[in-house]
Design a protein around this ligand. Structure first.
Ligand code: AMP
Ligand code: MG
Length: 494
């Protein structure tokens, strides 16, 4: 006899006061079918994986079957979009199914994206097309295997509907998992409305949920700001260390937990350019690659403004304290950057003075238009005279004296490690992925999936499970795009 589907929900957000959400059910989609189920993640969350593969489980994953202990809800938030404040955004095409405590003890949200209209949908249809769901599945899981804090993909499903975008496309839902979906914009919503008691309720909730070690501290709201600043500094450095451009760093897309969220017009660069922008709507380059740390500070300043009344009763004192904290971001980011890129260069213990070596490499990458991922992964070629030319040929002008000079300085620096070549190669391999989800590959996955062939999508997901391993069978997926394959723009994830 089949046992009833049961999931151990343990909801905490739904217990906050009612201003934080609208409790409601997702729209029942006509014909839910699984595209991809992330069984290891499901197991980690302690979900009944086998049952979730049956139709009742699939209906649960798509929000059609609601269990007795569920309280699904749409969360409210505001946010600065491209610098302009929007007083109310909220889950317009998303819904929180509930929270579970994973096997590692971490409380996680299970949220649906594309599950239908909510009171926050404004002019939108509350739905997602297949493309953005596949994109988020691929990129968020790649971020995870690359070791970058991120929301994750639990399942992708067809809804059985057709949604109209530029042309009609299959409707889809992504079930995603996050430490929480609370954003800087969640604070802004209440702060801008002058609801100081709600700002406090939210701050206490965030501290309880994500930063319980500061709960009993004397200046816990200051420390909350500091924690978020520190997590964001690390996150942005991690993104940039793999050439990732988020594309839409609005305050509603920045989490308080320090996870990457909302993979809309994001992309990993192929050929290096400090000023690379992919998003079709980012006309000024606000969210370009090299601007990301400065935008993070801008966003964190909006968070600090929201928290001011909690930081100190005296506004001038509160501002001073917040400013002091915000000032730690850029030096902290630079420390992470030197450490991460230094490690990518196989330096055992990167030091502040390695900054020049790092900066000179990026200058050469910029003038030589070299592929970000291969420039680092193929550094191992420089260790063998017979292979050296392979590395130089990644650059448009391999004979450039500055580039040649850089390679000599790097080799000298590496020798200071006093390691064997095998150890250096190992360090290069461990710190530099062979494969990233290149934009042209994602586009190819999406376009063949729209024609009914999901095999490219499944193959890319498989290849990205082991990004630091040389996998001969996936060699074609490690190559930069040919001229005619380059994708210059990405679009918002609706
Ligand atoms: P995003 O730019 O994807 O972070 O979304 C910004 C806001 O627009 C959020 O409040 C979303 O819920 C909302 N939104 C985006 N797409 C849709 C849609 N298709 N239907 C309803 N709301 C949407
Ligand atoms: Mg968003």
């Amino acid at each position: 006899m089949k046992s009833e589907l049961s999931v151990n929900f343990n909801n905490s957000f739904a217990a906050l006061s009612k201003d934080f959400y609208v409790k409601m059910h997702p729209e029942a989609m006509p014909d839910l079918k699984l595209i991809k189920f992330n069984e290891p993640l499901s197991d980690l969350l302690g979900l009944p994986s086998k049952q979730l593969l049956e139709q009742s489980g699939i209906d649960f994953l798509g929000g059609k079957k609601i269990l007795n202990n569920q309280e699904p809800l749409a969360q409210v938030y505001a946010g600065h979009q491209f610098g302009n404040f929007v007083p109310q955004l909220g889950d317009g095409r998303a819904m929180l199914l509930g929270e579970v405590i994973g096997k590692d003890g971490t409380r996680c949200d299970i949220q649906l994206k594309g599950s239908g209209k909510t009171p926050f949908s404004r002019m939108g249809d509350g739905r997602s097309g297949l493309g953005p769901v596949l994109r988020e599945y691929i990129v968020s899981e790649a971020m995870f295997t690359l070791g970058i804090p991120t929301t994750r993909a639990l399942a992708a499903l067809f809804t059985g509907e057709t949604v109209v975008r530029e042309f009609p496309v299959p409707g889809a839902i992504l079930a995603r998992v996050a430490k929480s979906h609370l954003r800087i914009g969640t604070f802004e919503y209440f702060a801008r409305r002058g609801q100081a008691n709600k700002v406090k309720e939210l701050a206490d909730y965030v501290i309880d949920r994500h930063y319980s070690d500061i709960k009993k501290g004397p200046k816990k709201y200051c420390m909350l700001l500091e924690k978020v600043i520190r997590n964001q500094a690390f996150l942005i450095a991690k993104w940039m260390s793999v050439g990732f451009i988020h594309g839409v760093m609005n305050t509603d897309n920045m989490t308080l937990s320090g996870e990457t969220i909302d993979f809309g017009p994001c992309a990993f660069m192929d050929h290096f350019d400090f000023d690379r922008v992919y998003s079709s709507i980012d006309l000024q380059g606000r969210y370009k690659f090299s601007n990301q740390p400065y935008i993070a500070v801008w966003n964190l300043t909006r968070l600090a403004e929201s928290l001011l009344p909690l930081i100190d009763e005296d506004q001038a004192t509160a501002i001073k304290e917040a400013e002091n904290l915000l000032e730690i971001f850029l030096p902290l980011f630079t420390d992470h950057w030197i450490n991460l890129i230094g490690k990518k260069l196989a330096i055992k213990e990167p030091k502040t003075h390695d900054k020049a070596l790092i900066e000179n490499l990026f200058k050469n990458m910029q003038t030589g238009n070299s592929d970000f991922t291969l420039t680092f992964r193929n550094l191992r070629n420089l260790l063998k005279k017979s292979q050296e030319s392979k590395w130089f040929s990644l650059f448009s002008n391999p004979k450039n004296p500055e580039l040649q000079n850089w390679s000599k300085i790097w080799k000298n620096r590496i020798e200071l490690n006093d390691s064997t070549k095998a150890a250096i190669t190992q360090r290069i391999n461990n710190n530099n992925p062979a494969i990233i989800p290149r934009n042209h590959l994602i586009e190819q996955c999406i376009s063949s999936s729209l024609k009914g062939d999901l095999s490219r999508f499944h193959r890319l997901i498989k290849a990205l499970e082991l990004p630091f391993t040389d996998q001969a069978e996936f060699y074609d997926l490690t190559k930069p795009p040919e001229e005619n394959e380059i994708v210059y723009q990405t679009f918002c994830g609706t």
